[in-house]
Design a protein around this ligand. Sequence first.
Ligand code: DC
Length: 241
Amino acid sequence: MTTETTRKSDLHSPSTRGLVVTIDGPAGAGKSTVARHLAARFGLLNLETGAMYRAFALKAQRVATAFDNEDALALLSGSTIITLMQQPDGNRVLLDGEDVTALLRTPEITDAASRVSVHPRVRAWMVARQQELGAHGGVVMEGRDIGTVVFPHADVKIFLDASPEVRGQRRFEQTGNTPAARPSDEVAKELRARDERDRNRAVSPLRPAADAIILDSTYLTLEEVLLHAEEIVRTALTQRS
Ligand code: DC
């Protein structure tokens, strides 16, 4: 059993110093939940890179830059500052100093983030920023290309997957009772379209790193997934010490 005391001692354990944990996987696999859990459990900084792409998509939308215009997007990135701030329930995102967290989960921005993220120069800018953010380690970073491109030498790489049906259903349930609720077939369709784009783009497509541990949550409860992920990190820590 985990007590608050052991959590605190984990938090200051020298063995997690410099540790880099990456979590990649498709939309709806549960990456954010697992990342938040590992961050709390091991005292790591939790960085959600998808939120950075979402914030950039919002900026492009606001200044009416077309999502398929790489030159204009690259130019725009030069005048954009995205900051992630860790909170117990996820990241707060500042776009040029403005807290835009509440604006990033709409279907429009979800779709736009997937579109702006296909461009090599947008990705190069994001990757450099993400490498800076994680340079001192002590982080769990989640996204699509973290184990393959951003931190190819990470200590722990988890690829979190689940069947498209299960991911669609989970997404649907997440929004089921909120004002953002939409029909489940619409959610599933959107998820499939985004998956297609994320997996098939020319640069840094979503795929597991050769040395990633694949964690398939299709038939697991949330608790089982979290325990499994914890175990993966703990094993890596033991091997480091
Ligand atoms: O994880 P998310 O759903 O918030 O990500 C939004 C989009 O951003 C996703 O469709 C693809 C893109 N993304 C990416 O290309 N690379 C990352 N490391 C994270 C997200």
